[in-house]
Ligand binder design. Structure first.
Ligand code: DQA
Length: 143
């Protein structure tokens, strides 16, 4: 079972970025936690972060050639990117949308996601645990 864990803009700043909203774990901590958990399911994870929309699109397109599923936190692009939505639509493998914060308890512009309708499902609001929950459910779907 091969899974891409994809993180969008500003998630490289986790740990110091608004810790009251996003928590104090760094992106490295989250990736390490996911890789450890992945071993329990026999899942092989590749983790990638980019601040650039095109690089995220490239990573998703590439995942079509090797991955069985994707965990994706598109950061701020969640609310704006038709291009990322189009890529997910074209993928043909399950994508689980992930958010650390409860986007519905925040500014109104965060209530709408461009990608939710084309994702298999989404998990929001549990901090780093949103990722571990998403990995558990994705692994179960892929089994
Ligand atoms: C986020 C929520 C987005 O609204 C925000 O732009 C982010 C992080 C989250 O994980 O809670 O960068 O995706």
């Amino acid at each position: 079972m091969k899974i891409l864990v994809l993180h969008g803009p500003n998630l490289n700043m986790l740990g110091t970025r608004e810790p009251e909203i996003y928590g104090s774990m760094t992106l490295g901590d989250i990736n390490t936690t996911l890789m450890e958990l992945g071993k329990e399911f026999g899942a092989d994870l590749k983790c990638f972060q980019s601040n650039h929309e095109g690089a995220l699109i490239d990573a998703l397109q590439d995942a079509k050639t090797w991955a069985n599923g994707v965990l994706f936190n598109p950061g701020g692009y969640t609310h704006t990117s038709v291009a990322l939505r189009d890529t997910i639509t074209a993928l043909g493998i399950p994508v689980v949308e992930v958010h650390l914060s409860n986007v519905y308890a925040r500014e109104e512009f965060r209530h709408h996601s461009m990608i939710s309708a084309v994702c298999r499902g989404k998990i929001v609001g549990f901090g780093w645990r949103s990722y571990t929950l998403a990995l558990r459910v994705l692994a179960e779907i892929l089994e």
